[in-house]
Design a protein around this ligand. Structure first.
Ligand code: MG
Length: 261
């Protein structure tokens, strides 16, 4: 299947939907605090989507019951808002995808609940860093395998692992379009990126083993060893000059003390 190339008014549509997805994500991230439930954040996101006159790209997708994905600690992705209470010291992954005028914007962050351990801080930093590294390859002419392998190289340098069972994706008219965007790969591997391709790049990084499993709710993905996982995502337009991040936000983590091995 061909990878869609977007231009002109199509890009205007994507910029609008991605800007809304970013605004809602950051508001949800700010709402995170100890003592509130994941269901509360989901309901808040639903309200923000109504206000922005858009709809969730996730609600109803293959039957997914939430407006956003919200996943705590060992939960990797696809968590469903519900009665689980966020505790001081947790990390919370929030993934917001919306549809506005037929265009999909998709982005995610991992946020600390109060003060978090140094292991969690390092995990958040490395995951956000690996996203930045991967995005720097979103340039016309670059091979997708170079992008994916750069993410894994970054993660492995810090002693963590990338999830292989879930990957990033093209995004545009639909939530999942061609190509798949793995957070691993072989340098030089096809396809070749071209100006106008739009990718949701989203490293999922585990502090222990890469392997995951799915809980009995049929959705929530957890690490096989129950150790924590982090997730950061941007929707990115490939251009001749490099990435145009369609969901721009300030970086949430700073390098501070963390060094590769
Ligand atoms: Mg995505």
């Amino acid at each position: 299947m061909a990878i869609p190339i977007r231009k002109g008014k199509e890009l205007d549509g994507m910029r609008v939907s991605c800007g809304i997805a970013r605004d809602i994500l950051l508001k949800c991230a700010e709402a995170v605090e100890p003592g509130i439930t994941t269901g509360h954040v989901d309901a808040f996101a639903a309200e923000l989507m109504r206000e922005a006159d858009c709809r969730s790209a996730f609600l109803g997708y293959r039957g997914f019951p939430g407006h956003i994905c919200i996943s705590i600690n060992e939960e990797v992705v696809h968590g469903i808002g519900g009665p689980r209470v966020m505790q001081f010291g947790d990390i919370v992954k929030i993934d917001v995808g919306i549809v506005k005028d037929g265009w999909v914007g998709d982005n995610a962050v991992t946020v600390p609940v109060g003060q978090i351990s140094e292991e969690f801080q390092k995990l958040l930093f490395v995951t956000e860093e690996s996203l930045a590294v991967g995005m720097s390859y979103a340039r016309d002419g670059v091979m997708l395998g170079d992008l994916g392998s750069s993410i894994e190289r970054c993660v492995v340098e810090y002693g963590f692992t990338v999830v292989r069972e879930y990957v990033g994706h093209g995004v545009g008219r639909k939530l999942h379009e061609e190509p798949q965007v793995p957070n691993y790969g072989k340098p030089g591997e096809r396809p070749r990126l071209r100006e106008g391709m739009i990718l949701a790049i989203e490293p999922m990084v585990n502090s222990g083993v890469a392997k995951t499993k799915t809980l009995g709710d049929g959705w929530t993905v957890v690490t096989a060893d129950k150790r924590p996982s982090a997730h950061f995502e941007h929707t990115v337009l490939v251009t001749k000059d490099g990435p145009e991040i369609l969901t721009p936000r300030p970086r949430l983590t700073q390098p501070e003390v963390f060094q590769p091995f």
